[in-house]
Each structure stands twice: as structure tokens, then as C-alpha cells.
Design a protein around this ligand. Structure first.
Ligand code: MSP
Length: 526
């Protein structure tokens, strides 16, 4: 059995989770579910990043001890995920003892190999980014991310000889087209590597300045730089260096947003190489969710609460929206208007309507039993072909991190099925008493609907489960999978004649909106 290991970033615990964190974790959950349906042995890792100045300062501001502070915020991430339908296999915290041990073992290994040295360093330090910037990288003297004026710090520190591995990294990226995807980020990283701006990496902080970190195994006057510590979570969670899971599950893939491209595309692969470990398979990079054209941030007060939004509009609809609306790799805008339009157009009108009209016709004409098809006509064959084709497309696109296009491809079938209902007019066949033809049309529709519902399980596990149940198929369980997507895309089958289906369906009710004079959208009661 193929194994598939996927990670999200481990989130900083200086603030509570918002839509941005939820997006990455929901996408990861959907990808994991998709791979389960391909019959793979999946492992899904997420967690929290708990060391460093930023966290220390946030705790200080609240007059609390760092440990007490991180325990509380880490729990808010840990407890949120199941409420968003997310099922991870492991939640790692960088304050876990096994993680701290793994980081020390990693540092020692790289140190023993001669890739860590002691030297003097000066740079513009950004506490928000937890990193030094060179003069060249500043924008008008300000941090390019946070737009704040930076402090110049000079001190003695330990360095990782990253520059030694940069030619190897460039070569690896050039040889593996999909190592970093989408392509725009691959291009960005290659440009970074070609610019000559990358140097060795400062990987320590003197304890005189920061205590909240993992002590270097070879110098107890220093703690480890937070990024060096954090990246190692991807293997410490598998029990590296000695745990058996590491050998069977690593290398995996990562999912991150573009804000942390450099540590994942440059620091991490070179660290792995220096430690003699294989590099990850893919780095999947997405853009930002914007609210009124600006990145969501706590300081701007424009953060969207994922739980509240999921509860108001329905969790499955919310998950669908996130996957469908954002072109993976690019920025997308979040607004309730956009969410409501997708719910009404894609879910209520296209998909919900298809289910409700077909099931009520099946009830009326065949007492809710799947009829036996007779001879297929050209238009029936076209429906079967389109359905299988869109399933195959879906599998290819979803597997290639093109989630929006994968769902779009599925909707071609949904819309085509609605048209097929209109053109075949089962009510007219019934009136004419053409039962054989009516049976074929209904059989085609129900079979295609079942295939579509299967593909929706990764994005909308609950709704897809209900759709499958309405079609007399077991709801797709968690693990082991009951459906094999690859096989399903090869044959237009799956619904035995005689199967009992639901009499009605109302999975995605329309949302009626009333506009308040202020322009705010108010959700009317259904
Ligand atoms: N702790 C580091 C990651 C270490 S991984 C070894 C970190 N944490 S973070 O809390 O700032 O999380 C950043 C990640 O949160 C992004 O890469 C992305 O996955 C998610 N997002 C946060 N805000 C986002 C948006 N506005 N839009 C989309 N995703 C965003 O960086």
C-alpha cells in the first residue's frame, strides 16, 4: 500500500486561529481524504509552533508564563479542528519532549558533520518574522512583511552552512518540475537562488536575549533559532531519529502559504540534505485570503472566525467555498456575498436541485427503487462518458493541487445532468408510458449522481455522506475507505437495480439574503 504523509505549517500560538489557518488545514484534510479514496495509507500532521521571541513577548504582555500561555492557545487550535470536520492523525507541539530531543539530535548530527560554525553576525531583526533581514531586503528601511522599523542587532552566533547546499538545491528544483508547485513559486525560489542573496543561516539565539527555546546540545549558552526548531517537527512527529514511522512515512509533502515559502523551499531541504535525509516530495504553496483587498491580520481587526462562519452557513458549504473559490496559488477575497453566491449557485441551484428533482421523480415513477436500464441511446452514452471523464479529470487535478479546477470539472457533469433531465423530460416519458426509456434515463442520472457524490467526500464529508446514503450507498467512512476512486472512474456502474433511494433531498437549501440599509448582508431564516 502506498503511504501518503501530509503536513500543514505548525501555527504560532501568539493568536487564536482564523480563516487563514483554517483554510490550510481544511485543504490538507480534503487532500488526505482524497488519498484515502485512492487506497493509500495516509498520515496527517498538524500542530503548533511554540518557541521564540514572538510567543515570549505575547505571554509577557498578558503577564503570564510562556508555558501557561502556549498551553491555552495550542488547545484552541487543537480543539477547533474537529469542529471543522478535520481529522488529523497527530498534533505536534514544539514544546513536546520528543520534539525537543529530536531537534537536539538533528543539531548534533549536522554539527558533527561540520556544517555548523560559530561566528559574528549583524542584521536587522524583525520580531514578527523571527528573522534577520539584510540591508538589501529592507523596503525603505522597513520590514517588507510587517512594515515596521527594525532593530539592528550584532552578536556572536552559530551558523548552518546552508550556502554549501544551495547549488544542489537549485539542481534538484530544476530536475523536479513539481517539487514546488504551483510553478510561480518554483520560479520565485529559483530567482532567489540565482540572486546570490542567500547566505549561511544563523541558527542560534544567545540565552542572554532569549530563553524560550531549545538549548543547543553543544553550547548551553544558546537556544535554537525558532525556524530551525519548527521545521524539524515534520520528522520529529514521525519519531525521528529512531521511530519506525519515519522510515515508512518520510518523505511526505507540505502545504503552506506563500508567507513561509523561503523557510520551506530553502532552509528545510538544505537542512535535510545536511542531515543525510531525503527531501520532501512536494511543497504545495497557496496565496492569501484577503478581506477587502488586505491580508487578514489580528492587528487590522479584519480576521474571519472560521467556526462562526461554518456554523452560520453550514460547515460543508463553507469547506466547499474555500476549496472552490481560491485558485490554488493565488490570492482570493473572502466575503459573505461571495460565499452566499457560491452556495446558491453551485450547491442549491446546480447540485441540490439535481438531487431533489431526480429523487422525487424516482419516488414518483419507480417507488424509489433504482430501475433496470434498457438499451442506451447516444445521449445516454454521452452522459456516461462525460461523467467518467470528469471523474478522471477530477482525480488528476485534485492530485495536482488544483482543487478549484477539479471541482469546476465536476460541476460540468452536474450542469450537464440538469440539462439531460430537461432534454429527456422524464415526466413526458412517463406520460407517454415509455417505461423502458424512463428507466434508462433515471438509471443514468442516479448512477452519475452517485459518482459525483463520491468525489465530493474530500471537500464535503458530511454532505457527501448524506448524498451517498440518499442513493442507497454507504456513507464514505473514514478509514479504511469503502470506495476506490480510481476504480470508480473506470466504469459507469455502482448502483444495482432495485437499490432503494431516498424519496426527497434537501441538502443545500438556498440562502435568502435581505440587505440592510448599511449594506450588510443579513441571513434570512430558512
Ligand atoms: N509557525 C510558522 C510556521 C512554521 S512551519 C514549520 C508560521 N505560523 S503562522 O501561524 O503564522 O501560520 C502561517 C500559515 O497560516 C500560512 O502559511 C498559512 O498556512 C496560514 N495563513 C495565515 N494567514 C493566512 C491568510 N490570510 N491566508 C491564507 N493562509 C494564511 O508561519
Amino acid at each position: 500500500m502506498n503511504s501518503f504523509f501530509l503536513t500543514t505549517p505548525i501555527y504560532y500560538v501568539n493568536a487564536k486561529p482564523h480563516l487563514g489557518h483554517a483554510y490550510t488545514t481544511i485543504v490538507a484534510d480534503a487532500v488526505i481524504r482524497f488519498h484515502k479514496m485512492l487506497g493509500e495509507d495516509t498520515f496527517f500532521l498538524t500542530g503548533t509552533d511554540e518557541h521564540g521571541d514572538k510567543i515570549m513577548r505575547a505571554a509577557e504582555q498578558q503577564g503570564r508564563s510562556p508555558q501557561e500561555f502556549v498551553d491555552e492557545i495550542s488547545a484552541s487550535f487543537h480543539d477547533l479542528w474537529p469542529l471543522l470536520g478535520i481529522r488529523h492523525d497527530r498534533f505536534i507541539r514544539t514544546t513536546d519532549l520528543e520534539h525537543r530531543r529530536a531537534v537536539q539530535a538533528f543539531l548534533q548530527r549536522v554539527y558533527d558533520a561540520g556544517d555548523i560554525y560559530f561566528g559574528e553576525f549583524g542584521g536587522h531583526y524583525c520580531y514578527g518574522c523571527e528573522r534577520f533581514y539584510t540591508e538589501k531586503e529592507l523596503e525603505n528601511g522597513l520590514c517588507p512583511q510587517h512594515k515596521t522599523r527594525l532593530e539592528f542587532i550584532s552578536e556572536k552566533n552559530y551558523f548552518f552552512k546552508m550556502s554549501r547546499y544551495l547549488p544542489w538545491l537549485k539542481d534538484h528544483i530544476e530536475k523536479h518540475e513539481n517539487f514546488i508547485r504551483p510553478h510561480r513559486y518554483r520560479t520565485e525560489v529559483l530567482a532567489m537562488l540565482e540572486s546570490g542573496e542567500l547566505e549561511d543561516l544563523c541558527i542560534s539565539r544567545p540565552k542572554t536575549r532569549l530563553q524560550w527555546g531549545i538549548e543547543l546540545p553543544f553550547d548551553n549558552a544558546y537556544v535554537c533559532y525558532v525556524w530551525f526548531d519548527a521545521l524539524i517537527n515534520y520528522i520529529s512527529a514521525l519519531g525521528w531519529p529512531n521511530g519506525p514511522d519515519c522510515a515508512s512515512r518520510w518523505p511526505g509533502e507540505h502545504l503552506v502559504a506563500k508567507d513561509i515559502l523561503k523557510p520551506h523551499a530553502v532552509f528545510w531541504p538544505t537542512m535535510l540534505k545536511a542531515a543525510g535525509l531525503p527531501v520532501y516530495r512536494h511543497l504545495n504553496v497557496h496565496g492569501y485570503w484577503l478581506v477587502r483587498d488586505t491580508k487578514m491580520s489580528k492587528s487590522l481587526g479584519n480576521v474571519i472566525d472560521p467556526l462562526e462562519t461554518g456554523r452560520r452557513f453550514g460547515l460543508d458549504a463553507f469547506r466547499y467555498f474555500l476549496l472552490r473559490e481560491m485558485r490554488f496559488g493565488e490570492d482570493a477575497s473572502f466575503s459573505e456575498d461571495a460565499l452566499i453566491s457560491r452556495i446558491n449557485a453551485d450547491l442549491a441551484n446546480d447540485l441540490g436541485n439535481l438531487f431533489s428533482r431526480v429523487l422525487s421523480m424516482a419516488a414518483k415513477y419507480f417507488a424509489s427503487r433504482v430501475p433496470e436500464p434498457s438499451v442506451l441511446m447516444r445521449e445516454d452514452e454521452a452522459v456516461a462518458e462525460l461523467c467518467l471523464h470528469s471523474l478522471q479529470n477530477f482525480i488528476q487535478l485534485f492530485g495536482n493541487a488544483q482543487f478549484d479546477t477539479a471541482l469546476e470539472s465536476l460541476w460540468e457533469t452536474v450542469r450537464a445532468l440538469n440539462k439531460y433531465v430537461d432534454s429527456q423530460a422524464p415526466w413526458a416519458l412517463h406520460k407517454r408510458g415509455d417505461t423502458a426509456r424512463l428507466a434508462t434515463v433515471m438509471h443514468m442520472l442516479l448512477t452519475a449522481m452517485r459518482k459525483t457524490a463520491l468525489c465530493l467526500w474530500p471537500a464535503m464529508p458530511d454532505a457527501a455522506g448524506r448524498m451517498l446514503e440518499q442513493l442507497g450507498s454507504p456513507a464514505a467512512g473514514n478509514a479504511p475507505p469503502v470506495y476506490d476512486l480510481q476504480r470508480e472512474s473506470g466504469a459507469f456502474d455502482g448502483l444495482a437495480p432495485g437499490t432503494i433511494v431516498a424519496e426527497t433531498s434537501n441538502i443545500f437549501p438556498r440562502i435568502d439574503v435581505k440587505r440592510e440599509p448599511s449594506g450588510n448582508v443579513k441571513k434570512a431564516k430558512n
